[in-house]
Design a protein around this ligand. Structure first.
Ligand code: AMP
Ligand code: ZN
Length: 113
């Protein structure tokens, strides 16, 4: 499990900067987005540093698969009781600003497209 000293999400995983955690296990962490774009806005991150799905490798893809298996229950427990949206920004055209793969979980209200 490799983390990156200069990455804000790696620092959150290591507990070096605070976050509002809602779920954690050996492979992933879920915390509240600091600038929520919906009533519920969570970020799910793998406990290994990589930017893109294309860079994940076997271990990263296993982590993503695990995250997708856990997210429905985490979303429901945190107010996404009527559906939710998952977003994974990948690279510049998507506006990715944090270069540690993360899955946005958005819900708690009807979302505009
Ligand atoms: P993206 O544009 O997909 O890279 O999304 C990065 C997200 O991380 C944005 O929605 C930010 O609001 C969020 N973010 C940045 N720093 C923090 C932080 N320290 N704690 C929680 N969320 C953060
Ligand atoms: Zn990182």
């Amino acid at each position: 499990m490799t983390l990156n000293d200069n990455c804000i999400f790696c620092k959150i995983i290591k507990g070096e900067i605070p976050s509002q955690k809602v779920y954690e296990d050996d492979f992933m962490l879920v915390f509240k987005d600091i600038e929520p774009k919906a009533k519920v806005h969570l970020l799910a991150v793998p406990k290994m540093h990589f930017k893109l799905i294309s860079e994940a490798g076997e271990e990263g893809l296993e982590a993503i698969s695990h995250m997708l298996s856990v997210i429905p229950e985490v979303a429901a427990k945190n107010g996404c009781t009527n559906g939710y949206r998952l977003v994974i920004n990948q690279g510049d055209d998507a506006g990715q600003t944090v270069f540690h793969l993360h899955i946005h979980i958005l819900g708690g209200e009807e979302l505009p497209w």
